[in-house]
Design a protein around this ligand. Structure first.
Ligand SMILES: [Zn+2]
Length: 138
């Protein structure tokens, strides 16, 4: 019961989102403030960013961190830039990043990480399963 009440209080006190969705965060914030040279191949962006799973994952992480950190008026946004935006943007905009094939427009021929079948019995080792369920159980 205490958990439900604490959750309710937390939800009531939580500031409304600055951006209601990931596409809104990208189009109404990132696209307006990020400026990089794109004509020399040093940085790449894909207008169809939503077609790249890694971009979705990284941008969603950036959005969530932004929404959380912006409530800290002292160092929240500096923290966001230095520890979230800069490293994610460095990967996203890299010529070897998820948009590497999209220099002339979106191309969906990105290669996924190759995976081999795991040897039988390997999942019996707790190192592969300890995080399932309780992430703090060790
Ligand atoms: Zn693309």
């Amino acid at each position: 019961m205490t958990t439900d009440r604490a959750q309710l209080i937390d939800e009531e006190q939580r500031a409304p989102l600055a951006f209601s969705s990931l596409p809104a965060f990208v189009s109404d914030y990132l696209a307006l403030i990020i400026q990089r040279r794109m004509d020399d191949g040093s940085h790449l962006w894909c207008p169809s960013w939503w077609a790249h799973p890694e971009a979705i994952a990284r941008l969603a992480a950036m959005w969530r961190a932004f929404e959380y950190l912006r409530s800290d008026p002292a160092i929240g946004l500096s923290n966001w830039w230095l520890h979230h935006a800069d490293p994610h943007l460095a990967v996203l905009l890299s010529p070897t990043g998820p948009f590497h094939a999209c220099a002339q427009g979106h191309r969906s021929d990105a290669e996924r990480l190759p995976l081999d079948r795991m040897p039988a019995g390997l999942m019996d080792d707790p190192v592969f399963t300890v995080l399932v369920g309780d992430p703090f159980a060790m």
